[in-house]
Design a binder for this molecule. Structure first.
Ligand code: M6R
Length: 640
């Protein structure tokens, strides 16, 4: 969602802040701003809209300040405009605050402050934080003490970056159930809500844990718990190669990421599957994209060679794995769709009941897990607040936990001892594509892994499954080679206002995912249904203007799916199929076929989604939509 950055050192702060913000812009892009301290004066530059607007402002003013904080916003309180853009100032205009998350009791605090004579310039919850810190500073005359007092008055999950004109050699940061990292360079320090943003400058970072305050100088960082006690922690070492954020010749990141899928699958498979005759192994390892988490000690910018490592992987014993009698999966959005397929994979291979819940729906409910359950949180970013909170609830009930993520440096990686890391590289486009396929791959591998451990499949069956899985990347390449046919076929439906997606069994979640991709990219209304549900209500919306996309592959539900599609055809709907090439029945009953190579039904979700991703992309691009940064969305959804 929103992004926080900061810099202090010898260089001009504004260009550094902009380049850090550039890395985070995909997480929120309603407005952006910076607060810098120039010649002893705090000044704020901010602009509604994309980061380019702020960049323009900065290039006109050419500030030479060497300390500052910055922000890119995804609006929660108050419309996206200049006034509501961060940073926000206190009334004395000496303290500036940038903020991710939500201050839940801001109305209450605002009322108190208003009674005390404070005035407000924005509709945000953030502005109260600047005033509260300022109010406490009046009493304490010490920034750290003022911040400790202020956080005692705030409720919610949030991260803050703070600068004060009275302390121009420091940046303060606060983390409360959020994510913040301090990058340590040579006589310079950086702040970012995603370590990816500092990676271009340094590979040494200190991550703030929950309920911590950081005092950052050019020499390093001091950490404190909210009660004021100093905390010692060593820095972690990030992969020394910065993430390359580059379209690689493609028109959009999205198209590039769709095309990266065969490679992503090969990489994820190579990591956990040595050979079809060998068991799947989630062995402890340090990932190519990953970092090495920490252990306590005082970090300074001069500290070298004290970086400790932790291993990722699944650390449950064979006995624990055999004792699991229920699996609960929690996830949101696309990750939820992958999890619905994951459920079917695991139930089919392992005979363990699997429940999947939308993570936000777990709040206020009792999860049915205990000491013999495994709760799996699936999140590409590893920062989704709803998913993290659901996993924490399961932990409290004694469940084993496992994360599936693309970000080994994420919050999710910190809160579960078991982690399967997908090998996607950074996914820049807000719409998830390659990470979805990688999450599915992780579920296939996990299903085989559990089945091997529990003896629910024979070695021969396991070998067959792994061989088929290894063949998938080549099949994906065959689909991508048909891209221009998919474009031509898709554009016939670009003027639709409503599109219905249907599928059964393993491809019901594909229908949900196809509909989500189309609506988030093109803003065309789309809904996904279990094909058998069409007749229970949704069929009422069908007429000759509504395209119906049916995902239909040979296997256990082929005929029933075809019958459901016929029901739509009988209502004059425009009929599109995602089906295997050469299927004559499909050719007969559908107006348009987006074909995939022949594939076993069990693995078909790895293929069927790809024509749907491309279809959504081509329609959105044709309609002139902002493909990589669709309106109203953010890549990492860090509010509940
Ligand atoms: O980072 P996560 O996987 O936890 O994100 C979950 C959803 O916010 C995400 O999948 C979202 O639905 C995507 N924009 C879909 O393309």
């Amino acid at each position: 969602m929103c992004g926080i950055v900061g810099y202090l050192g010898p260089a001009k702060a504004a260009p550094v802040l902009i380049s850090e913000l550039r890395c985070l812009e995909y997480r929120g892009y309603d407005s952006a701003g910076v607060a810098i301290i120039q010649d002893g004066q705090l000044s704020v530059l901010k602009a509604a809209g994309k980061l380019g607007n702020l960049e323009k402002l900065i290039s006109e003013r050419k500030p030479t300040a060497t300390v500052g904080i910055g922000h890119t916003r995804w609006a929660t309180h108050g419309v996206p405009n200049d006034q509501n853009a961060h940073p926000h100032l206190d009334n004395s205009k000496t303290i500036a605050v940038v903020h991710n998350g939500i201050i839940e009791n801001y109305e209450e605090i605002k009322e108190e402050l208003a009674k005390a004579g404070y005035t407000f310039e924005s509709d945000t919850d953030t502005e109260v934080v600047a005033h509260v810190i300022s109010q406490e500073y009046e009493k304490e005359q010490d920034m750290l003490k003022a911040i400790f007092k202020a956080v005692g008055r705030l409720r919610g999950a949030y991260a803050l970056g703070v600068v004060s004109q009275k302390h121009p050699d420091k940046i303060y940061a606060v983390n409360q159930h959020y994510s913040l990292s301090v990058g340590l360079g040579h006589n310079e320090s950086f702040l970012a809500s995603d370590s990816m943003a500092v990676r271009q400058y340094t590979n040494k970072v200190v991550r703030l844990e929950q309920s911590e305050v950081a005092e950052i100088t050019v020499d390093g960082v001091r950490l404190f718990a909210f009660d004021g006690k100093e905390v010692k922690r060593r820095p972690v070492s990030l992969d020394s190669n910065p993430y390359v954020i580059d379209k690689g010749g493609y028109k959009h990141f999205l198209l590039k990421e769709i095309h990266e899928q065969p490679l992503v699958l090969r990489q994820t498979l190579a990591k956990y599957l040595v050979h079809p005759t060998k068991p799947v192994s989630f062995i402890p390892h340090i990932t190519p994209h990953g970092n090495q988490p920490t252990s306590p000690s005082l970090p300074t910018n001069n500290e070298e060679d004290n970086l400790l490592s932790k291993s990722y992987g699944v650390h449950l014993t064979d006995m624990e794995l055999k004792g699991i009698d229920r699996i609960q999966v929690v996830a949101c959005g696309t990750a939820y769709h992958a999890s619905l397929i994951g459920k079917q994979i695991i139930e089919h291979l392992c005979n363990i009941p699997v429940a999947v819940d939308i993570a936000s729906e777990v709040r206020g409910r009792r999860l049915m897990v205990n000491e013999s359950s495994l709760t799996i949180a699936v999140s590409q970013s590893g920062e989704t607040a709803d998913t993290l909170s659901a996993l924490e609830s399961a932990k409290k009930l004694g469940s084993f936990t496992l994360g599936i993520t693309n970000r080994p440096d994420s919050h999710l990686a910190q809160i579960t001892p078991n982690l399967i890391v997908t090998e996607c590289g950074i996914e820049v486009s807000v719409a998830a594509t390659k990470t979805y396929l990688a999450q599915l791959t992780a579920f296939y591998l996990l299903g085989i892994f559990l089945a091997e451990k529990r003896g629910s499949i024979t070695p021969e069956q396991a070998k067959g499954l792994k061989t088929q899985l290894n063949a998938v990347p080549t099949l994906l390449e065959q689909i991508l080679a048909r891209e221009s046919d998919i474009r031509t076929a898709s554009l016939k439906y670009a003027d639709a206002h409503d599109v219905v997606f249907i599928g059964r069994g393993l491809n019901f979640p594909t229908a949900l995912e196809g509909a989500l991709k189309l609506k988030e990219l093109s803003y065309i209304h789309a809904s996904g249904y279990a094909a058998g549900e069409l007749k229970h209500g949704p069929i009422a919306v069908l007429d000759s203007k509504v395209p119906v996309v049916t995902i239909i592959v040979p296997g256990s539900v082929y005929e029933k799916t075809l019958s459901n599609a016929q029901e739509a055809r009988a209502r004059n709907a425009q009929m599109i199929a995602v089906a295997v090439e050469g299927d004559e029945l499909v050719a007969k009953h559908f107006d348009t076929v987006l074909s995939i190579p022949p594939v076993d039904e069990f693995f078909s979700p790895l293929l069927t989604v790809v024509p749907l991703q491309l279809m959504s992309y081509f329609i959105a691009d044709y309609l002139g939509k902002d493909v990589d940064q669709p309106r109203n969305l953010a890549k990492s959804v860090t509010v509940e």
